[in-house]
Design a protein around this ligand. Structure first.
Ligand code: PNS
Length: 166
């Protein structure tokens, strides 16, 4: 059984993430999507909410397992016997840090990192930019799965209402 992991924060999952997960799912028997917990970053969505959004977005692929992990990615891989990390590369600017992480992860445990060039349609896309644009009323519907866009719109409206109360 060939296994790989697509790790990330996924706050929330975008069409760019989905493109990489979908392409990985055609190359591997099982693709684990690991929502990595970073306690120093407060997300817009809880880890459980992110997992649910990813599950719904990837339900049709048939070979995706969505989990969270607190700790090193190499430990997630070791515990599940996963030999490969699959990541999307959007632009040269991604490469510096991704190369460092790939080399560190390989040095720590021998796990390999495979890079998939992002679909150019999504080369500018990140969860942070989507949240920022949406918070200022910009249209991001074409950049997210429909249910994720609906949840994002709802969450931002809740935040606006809370801010007005305070
Ligand atoms: O979506 P992001 O925030 O760009 O993803 C970055 C992520 C979560 C994949 C990366 O920070 C990571 O692998 N974190 C897990 C902790 C870890 O293993 N750190 C050492 C990396 S060499």
């Amino acid at each position: 059984m060939r296994r790989a992991v697509c790790p990330g924060s996924f706050d929330p999952i975008t069409n760019g993430h989905l493109d990489i997960i979908g392409r990985a799912s055609r190359l591997y028997d099982v693709v684990h999507v690991a929502v990595m917990i970073n306690q120093s970053k407060k997300g817009l969505f809880s880890v459980e909410e992110r997992i649910e959004l990813i599950r719904e977005a990837t339900a049709d692929y048939g070979n995706i397992v969505v989990e969270s992990h607190h700790g090193l990615l190499v430990d997630f891989c070791k515990e599940r016997d996963i030999p490969a990390i699959v990541k999307g590369l959007r632009a040269v600017s991604d490469f510096d840090y991704e190369l460092q992480m790939a080399q560190m992860n390989n040095g720590l445990s021998g796990v390999e990192t495979l890079f998939i060039p992002t679909n150019p349609t999504y080369s500018f896309l990140s969860s942070s930019l989507v949240k920022e644009v949406a918070a200022w009323g910009g249209d991001v519907a074409h950049l997210l799965p429909e249910h994720v866009h609906a949840e994002l719109t709802k969450r931002l409206a809740e935040k606006r209402a809370q801010a007005q109360e305070n």
